[in-house]
Design a binder for this molecule. Sequence first.
Ligand code: IFM
Length: 448
Amino acid sequence: MIRFPESFVWGTATSAFQIEGATKADGRGESIWDRFCYTEGKVKNGDTGDIACDHFHLYQEDVRLMRDLHIQSYRFSISWPRIFPQGTGQANLKGLDFYKRLIDQLLKQGIEPMATIYHWDLPQALEDQGGWQNREMVDHFEQYASFLYEELGDVVKKWITHNEPWVVAYLGYGNGEFAPGIKGFEEYLRAAHHVLLSHGKSVSAFREKGPKDGQIGITFNLNSTYAGSPSREDQEAARRYDGFLNRWYLDPVFKGEYPKDMLDLYLQKYNLDFVQDGDLKAISQPIDFLGINYYSIMTALDESQAEDVLKFQALKTGRPTTAMDWEIEPNGLFDLLVRINKEYCSKTPIFITENGAAFEDQVVNGEIMDDDRLDYIKQHLQACHKGIEHGINVSGYYVWSLLDNFEWASGYEKRFGIVHVDFDSLKRTPKKSALWYKEVISNQGCFE
Ligand code: IFM
C-alpha cells in the first residue's frame, strides 16, 4: 500500500492549442501552429487546431468534469496570440477574458490554476520577424509575461514560463518536425538560448510585478539516459545525449553556465556568438519549483559514422512501448528524480508537470477500459512515491492529459487523455484511468 503526503498536489494538464479550438474567436491572431497545420504534409491527416476539443466554448463542462474527478490543480497554458494577436502592441482584452472566465470557474470549483505562459503557439507575426532566433523575442516574451502577471496575478499563484524549451528549439528550429518547421543545428542553439534568456528575464519580472505570494518555475522535458553497452564509446554517446537533452537546459538555469563538454563539442562546428555577457546570469534566476515532464528513457549507442556532432543512435531495448512508440520505463523517472535532486535542486520543489501515455483506446458499450494507461500512470506514481521516500521533494503530479487532444504533428490519432473525446460530437467520457485516478485522490493518495 502506498500513501502520498497530504500536501501532495493531484492535477491534470493541457495546453491551449491542443484543446481550445476557436482559433479565430474574439480577435485571436494566427499562431505558428495554425500556419503549420495548413502547410501540406506537416501534420498527420491534415488535422488542424481549428476546433480541437472546443474547450474555448466547453470550458465550463471541462471544469465540472475535473471537479467530478476530484482534481485539485489544473495546469493549462495561455495562448499568446489570443492576448497579443500580433505578438506585441495593444492587448486583446476579449482574449484575456476567456482566461478570466476559465480561472473564475476553476476557483469556484476549488481547483487551483497553474498557468504556463508559453506552450509553443507563437504568434505568426513574431515568427515572421525570425521567431525564437531573433533576440528581440526575449523582450517581447518578457512584456507578454509581465502583462499576464499584472492581469492575472491576483488569481493565479503558480506560473510556468516555458513548456519544454528543447522541443520549442530543437523540434521547431533544429529538425523542423514541429512549427515553424526550420531545420538547422545552429538555428536550434540560437533559438534555445533565446528561450532560456526569456525565461530568466521573465522570472526577474515576476519578482517585481508578479503576486508576492506567487511561485514561478520552468518545465523541462527530461529523460534518464543509459548507455547501450558498457563500452567507453557508448557511455560517451549517452553522456552526449544527456548533454543535448538535459544538461543544456538544466545547467544554465541552476548553475548559470552551459555544460563545458557540450560547449566544446558545439564550438567545433557552430558559432555561439549569440551568447552575450550577462546572459547566463540572467538565465539563472532562482526559481520556486522545477517542472519535469517525463515520458520515457533514452538508451544511446555511439554512431561514429554520423555526420552530426552528437554521433549517437537510439537503441530499442525491447521494453513495452506506448502508441507513440516510446519505451515504458518508470524506473527512469525514479533515477531522474534522484539525479536532479542530487545535481541540481536539492532545495527546489519538483512538480511532475506531465506524465501519461497514448494508447489505442477502444470504446466498448460506451466504456473505455484503458488498463494500459492506468498501469502506466500507476507505475509512474509509484516511482514518484519512491522518490519521496528517498527524501526528494516531489510536490505534485499532473497527468498528461485531461482530454484526448491535438497531439501536434501526430494530429488527433494519438490519444493521451484520461477522458475520451469523440471528435465528431465532442462528447467527453472519462476512461477507466480517470475513474481510478479519482479514487486515488479521494483516498488521499493511497493505493495498492
Ligand atoms: O502533447 C505533448 C505536450 O504538449 C508536451 N509534452 C508531451 C506531450 C505528449 O507528446
